[in-house]
Design a protein around this ligand. Sequence first.
Ligand SMILES: [Zn+2]
Ligand SMILES: [Zn+2]
Length: 353
Amino acid sequence: MYKAKAYSAASATSPLAFDSIPRRDTTDRDVQIEILFCGICHSDLHTVRNEWSSIMPTVYPVVPGHEIVGRVTKVGAAVTRFKAGELVGVGCLVDSDHTCPNCKDDLEQLCPNQTLTFNSPDKHNTAPVTYGGYSESIVVDEHFVVRVPTNLSLAGVAPLLCAGITTYSPMRRWGNLTGKKVGVAGLGGLGHMGVKFAKAFGAHVVVFTTSPGKKEDALRLGADEVIISTNPDEMQQHAGSFDFILDTIAVDHDINAYINMLGRDGNITLVGAPETPLQVSSFGLLLGRRSLSGSIIGGLKETQEMLDFCGEHNITADVEVIPIQKVNEAYERLVRSDVKYRFSIDMASLKSQ
Ligand SMILES: [Zn+2]
Ligand SMILES: [Zn+2]
């Protein structure tokens, strides 16, 4: 075991603060990574504040962060895919059972025995739970490490490891989107990636937002049209016309208004997680044979495919880079949606502490 600098929270009401955490020594299958950037995902904040206590209670101290980009510093003897010096990423998962039907189909994100990057029981017993990316380094099984294209800005790559794959995977699963009418509901960390991917897939992209102030930005990100979802006339004009809608809204909203936007056999996929159950009118689904689905991140194979696609199409997240010392301030701004569109922590800032 060795010690690594990190930022942790000691309780649900404590700010994140400097800490020194244990990391395991590299086993045969492990890759040791010097973390260069780590994105701030909303689930970091939910976990730090124990807001998901009914599903996943937080074990303190907690070190969040699952949008990790870094450089390989050391590999174990049995590691075949990576060597020291290479640029790599780690997302929301660091282990799974490798034997269940989901793992066999490269869908580790659906494995019932998965280990999350932070706040999951640590199989290696380095600490009670796994510690995430708000740290100078991490040690991860090579199966859960992905290669990062060398032509992209690393600060903007970090959010691809969660926000990127979360939006890429359901659109890919739907099928060929070329020439299709695709809606993206909500323009935040997830939504802005949804717009970029839908555009790169050749779709006609329409953003639904409640904020007229976001219209210009949506168009800049690649949207062909913007609908102000609180305007019934604008909504009515597009009723029944969409092939696919990616719903990234994380707060309670009228899902039926979006279901009614779909054409025959249209699908709306939820990637946001409102706290209260959504009320779904069955008629909206029956009429038009429409469907409602959900999706969560993606498997390792698909995450690699997504990063390669981003390399080819020059896609990164729009980020505001911050030093780790500003992380608590960033959380306050995240609650107010005051960021375009993701914070990315420059981990060099941790070295001076
Ligand atoms: Zn996330
Ligand atoms: Zn499995």
